[in-house]
Design a protein around this ligand. Structure first.
Ligand code: CMC
Length: 432
């Protein structure tokens, strides 16, 4: 394999180094291209452009492989806890027993949010979208942590506390926004509960209802958060790195990441999938009709939960979720959900359809996640919030990696200007 790429331009030859990643992937480093040739690269949607080197997550979209720090997603989702995976992503190694205990202590001590913030939940309109609430509160949390504005601190205990505080508080924020939306008093986090049990308790207990999460629900929630925890340079993570590259704080960068995740082509797809399934159920439309609509070239409609920029085979995260379906159905907690039958029929028909086969459009992580969250009682408009809770450790890990990398520069893409050439200013009276 050549370790240089030669470019012939305007009669001159230029050479660019080809770098090799630890899984054998190759990338050409064009950092000096503009200086050498005056050219910039144009790559809509970054189909070919790597924005950084990273040690956090490996994805092979052709083979359907996803690994965090070298560990297979299938092993992590079934054998680790979400806090362990968060630690792994942020620090690079699975935590030792001592680190597990320490991290747990930090999560417990930082689960509460400042009482002054509670009025925010009560004042937002009852139909406000939970992702909007989440973005606002994640940013506001930074205003209450004035200790974390020293730029040099990512290796310090203060950074560990801030990371744990964000990971712990996001779950409290999500549950409080739900309670506020249904007009119930907040349920506070409890020290002796696991991360997932605490969340479910804050969501579904009340002064008049004792709720004890079923162990299978806890296990499934743990797996869901783990499979969402990172996915290398996706739209929201790149946003976190982009905002952070300006020197903006971790809080401001995470707030931007939440906003990026909200869109229906990214994390918002899990809400859109459930809405599609509900539409099929309520409108009497057949699965075939929905598939035909998604294939139409005159209708911008897309079938949410299918397709992925990187995966051109079955998304390994969707595979992990599918393998948990039987546990969900057998656990006794699950009331038969007709949407699951519709989802299975939809997947089956899509996988046999030439349009989807030719374009390698397979179910992605969002296809089944909504069904699981629904079984837990999570409302549809909170599904993307669940994705954000899971993705937070990944965002923190990438912000830290970007911050600590001596090669980081402020992210500032180039463009090809296609507007008007220079022209003379026209005074207002002469504009017709
Ligand atoms: N339904 C119908 N057609 C589709 C779909 C879909 N879900 N996804 C892609 N296509 C078609 C698209 O119209 C295009 O067709 P043609 O070549 O004839 O123009 C072709 O497949 C390639 O699509 P693309 O838009 O060039 O692919 P992309 O890599 O830019 O988009 C995607 C990836 C995920 C945005 C897209 O597949 C999509 O919109 N899927 C639905 C939304 C969704 O489920 N998003 C969640 C992704 S997983 C969670 C995450 O990591 O964010």
């Amino acid at each position: 394999m050549a370790d240089k790429l030669s470019l012939l331009y305007n009669g001159n030859t230029f050479e660019y180094p080809v770098l090799q990643g630890s899984e054998g992937e190759h990338a050409v480093d064009v950092s000096t291209l503009r200086k050498d040739t005056g050219l910039v690269t144009l790559d809509y949607g970054y189909l070919n452009t790597g924005s950084t080197q990273s040690k956090i997550t490996f994805v092979d979209g052709e083979k359907g492989i996803l690994r965090y720090r070298g560990y297979a997603i299938e092993d992590l989702a079934t054998s680790a806890t979400f806090p362990e995976v968060a630690w792994l992503l942020i620090h690079g190694e699975l935590p030792t027993e001592q680190e597990v205990v320490h991290f747990r202590k930090l999560l417990t001590e930082n689960a509460l949010i400042h009482e002054n913030l509670l009025s925010f939940f009560r004042e937002v309109p009852p139909n406000a979208h939970p992702m909007g609430i989440l973005a606002s509160v994640m940013n506001a949390l930074g205003l209450f942590n004035t200790k974390f504005y020293d730029d040099e601190q990512t290796g310090s205990e203060q950074f560990n506390i801030t990371a744990a505080s964000l990971i712990s508080k996001i779950r409290t924020v999500a549950a409080f926004s739900y309670k506020a939306s249904i007009g119930e008093p907040f349920v506070y986090p409890e020290a002796d509960r696991s991360y997932c049990s605490n969340f479910l308790n804050m969501m579904f207990s009340s002064r008049t209802r004792h709720y004890e999460p079923h162990p299978v629900m806890e296990k499934i929630l743990n797996a869901l958060l783990i499979i969402h925890a990172d996915h290398e340079q996706n739209c929201s993570t790149s946003t976190v790195r982009m905002v952070g590259s300006s020197g903006a704080s971790l809080y401001a960068s995470i707030c931007a990441g939440v906003c990026a995740l909200w869109g229906p082509r990214h994390g918002g797809a899990n809400q859109a999938v459930l809405e599609t399934l509900l539409d099929i159920q309520k409108s009497g439309m057949t699965v075939e009709q929905v598939i035909e609509r998604a294939k139409s070239k005159t209708d911008p409609y897309r079938l949410s939960g299918f397709g992925h920029r990187v995966y051109k085979s079955y998304d390994p995260r969707a595979r992990v979720l599918k393998s948990l379906l039987n546990e969900l159905l057998d656990c006794g907690e699950h009331v038969h959900d007709p949407l699951l039958d519709i989802a299975i029929e939809l997947e089956d028909k899509v996988l046999k359809d030439d349009y989807f086969i030719e374009r390698k459009l397979y179910p992605n992580v969002d296809f089944y996640s909504g069904i699981f969250y629904r079984a837990m009682g999570i409302p549809t408009d909170m599904l993307t919030v669940m994705f954000a809770i899971g993705r937070l450790p990944g965002w923190i890990a990438h912000w830290k990696e970007m911050h600590d990398d001596k090669n980081t520069k402020i992210n500032r893409p180039r463009q090809l200007y296609i507007g008007e050439p220079a022209r003379k200013f026209v005074p207002r009276y002469a504009r017709g």
